[in-house]
Design a binder for this molecule. Structure first.
Ligand SMILES: [Zn+2]
Length: 123
């Protein structure tokens, strides 16, 4: 085994560990018949991640953007598919972005992700 592969292997081990933890949490939900769908989608997430997840919902289709790849969202509150459909209806994508930004959004909590997104749009 090449020594420079050790780092990658450690990363994979870490990933497998966190996946195993999530599976454990899901198993616990399986046992609990009273668990809600809400609990299923947030199984294994930290409290902070759960709060985040609640904010990351598309304003048009109301679907979660939380696990959507960055390439497919315009804003945490606007997915690319909806943005393009709205654009076809004459709704400028920049206006849509600003609308999404003005929605109830805790700026301090999500500042970094919003800044990254703004950077991406400018580029
Ligand atoms: Zn959408």
């Amino acid at each position: 085994m090449k020594p420079n592969n050790t780092h990658k292997i450690n990363q994979i081990i870490d990933m497998l560990d966190s996946i195993t933890e999530r599976i454990d949490d899901i198993e616990k939900l399986l046992i609990n018949k009273n668990s809600k769908v809400e609990d299923w989608t947030t199984a294994g997430l930290t409290e902070k991640e759960k709060e985040y997840k609640k904010e990351w919902v598309c304003q048009v289709c109301k679907k979660s953007t939380f696990e959507t790849d960055y390439d497919y969202i315009v804003h945490p509150k606007l997915c690319l598919g909806c943005a393009l459909e709205e654009e076809l209806k004459g709704n400028d994508i920049k206006d849509q972005y600003h609308e999404a930004s003005s929605r109830l959004f805790d700026e301090t909590k999500n500042k970094r992700s919003t800044q990254n997104k703004e950077k991406m749009i400018k580029n």
